[in-house]
Design a protein around this ligand. Sequence first.
Ligand code: AMP
Length: 732
Amino acid sequence: ERVLVPRGWKKKPVVLLFTVCRPGFFKASPHSPSCSKCPPHSYTLDEASTSCLCEEHYFRRESDPPTMACTRPPSAPRSAISNVNETSVFLEWIPPADTGGRKDVSYYIACKKCNSHSGLCEACGGHVRYLPQQTGLKNTSVMMVDLLAHTNYTFEIEAVNGVSDQNPGARQFVSVNVTTNQAAPSPVSSVKKGKITKNSISLSWQEPDRPNGIILEYEIKYFEKDQETSYTIIKSKETMITADGLKPGSAYVFQIRARTAAGYGGFSRRFEFETSPVSVAASSDQSQIPIIVVSVTVGVILLAVVIGFLLSGRRCGYSKAKQDPEEEKMHFHNGHIKLPGVRTYIDPHTYEDPNQAVHEFAKEIEASCITIERVIGAGEFGEVCSGRLKLQGKREFPVAIKTLKVGYTEKQRRDFLGEASIMGQFDHPNIIHLEGVVTKSKPVMIVTEYMENGSLDTFLKKNDGQFTVIQLVGMLRGIASGMKYLSDMGYVHRDLAARNILINSNLVCKVSDFGLSRVLEDDPEAAYTTRGGKIPIRWTAPEAIAFRKFTSASDVWSYGIVMWEVMSYGERPYWEMTNQDVIKAVEEGYRLPSPMDCPAALYQLMLDCWQKDRNSRPKFDEIVSMLDKLIRNPSSLKTLVNASSRVSNLLVEHSPVGSGAYRSVGEWLEAIKMGRYTEIFMENGYSSMDAVAQVTLEDLRRLGVTLVGHQKKIMNSLQEMKVQLVNGMVPL
Ligand code: AMP
């Protein structure tokens, strides 16, 4: 600072009037006594500056004080993951590595719809809804709903802050490509009346705006106005019907809904039409096929479900004998009664001719449409290759091709194609998708979607420690969702393991390896049990090993092992223990310890999957909801399993029910993970193990133990202790 002395003041130059700032310093107000250094990322080249200029690529908002550093737009968000559920997409990401020096970072979602043939993309338009919103997102997640079915979308997640709009440079975003799945058709919106007589009303309507697939049939529900409790349902493959047998001069209400492979869409709004009072000759519509009449009468609910058919206007009878064989095939599908809207898995074994099953569930592809590129793996029946499939009118896309080696036996061919017959029945984003089969030429092939990252166990081992917990949970969520679908279809996998999960370039996991009896035979992990079966011991529930009780609940046990494999980046369950030692340890109540750095909530879920009592294990839909909750609330994943309670080279004793004497009620409840009830027990007089031994289910309810799972845990533990007491094992 220099002191400037005006002329004529030479004699008494004592008053400091003002200072002039040097370059690199500034003074916002001339009245300020001193200069300030330019804040970070700003400078001045001149003297006496009142503010500093921002360096290149740095900016200042009008509202930013001059003492604040210049800032820049944030870098792109990181590690975006997606979860697709029918026509909804959930996106989650990690904040940008560089916030640009500002605290006001928010996110913007750009949505593009891409044509799968041309690859061209366009803005999504107004039909997409964003929850909670599209712009100004403060949290690192968003949900898009009302997307179109079977459509490719690209979402760009851009991080913005207070100076992003001043940046002429490129936008910083991370993009995620997803393909939506099937969805039920949208409601029929326009219904027109046709010919009306005194006993009949003819209707016609238009296909829903968004059929989301091929419409298999329409369901028309109608009833006399104000008599809703007694209604009739007609099914029709055409977009018109005639309802007959109606009362003259009466108003009738009609509602229509469409069905595709994805199930029924919503009913249309109500349309009201009136029969004519005058006598007009009735007409019959040949296209109508009424097949179900449901009648619900007031007071007594009389549910008369008549499964049968009416051939072109002829009402069907009640008995199977009256059915036309053609129609019987449609509804008594190969001996399985197929109820509309309920999809169940059909075991290809139930087909006398396995070729019929393959052709029912898998499309035949011409070998000339397939280009094989390289060998990527070895299956039991031959090589697995990657390649490309070019179907007529579609863009070429990558596929995996499983081949059947030459010199196969008829049984090998049947078993090989059995996998396609099973896979072809599934349509879910977390189940490997079958493109089709080649059976008319050799080699016989199964063509599926291509999963760039191969099998999950190998992929995780290769990328040890590389993913965020949210990414790992996203993988687990996908697997659980696929398994929920399979269990809903009534399919039990029996060989769920990370080696049988495939993962694509978007880190979407899909369940694969479907087979008939061979499932377990081609798995190198499967070992012969004393009962002669071949079972992958480390992944299999005790009841399935002991007496071959394979159910969705035993798949849940295996899912718990897959969770453990994922959280430990592909470590081998039970390490180098022998199969016999594994069986023994599990029977004795020992369980795998928590993987390193594993969130406590996830390890608890694993332990729940490994409950000895299969009915106490969670169901796949509960697992999906629990993982969704954890993904939505990532802070719930911050509590890790306590390092000191993690036993790295030993198995942990799981719910050591009855395995020793408990010194106190608290110790017992803690041991069975019901410690939260200790206080209630003590306060209500159950302060000794003797007193506890008398507890009944009624008492538990009275104490406020209302969760059935907890009631079961406590009662089972008591039961077990009592049994052991009788045997003189537990001195209470
Ligand atoms: P599998 O006979 O199904 O066990 O397949 C053998 C191996 O081939 C797997 O472990 C994968 O590495 C690979 N593979 C199988 N199917 C696919 C696919 N759809 N995409 C990519 N790799 C696959």
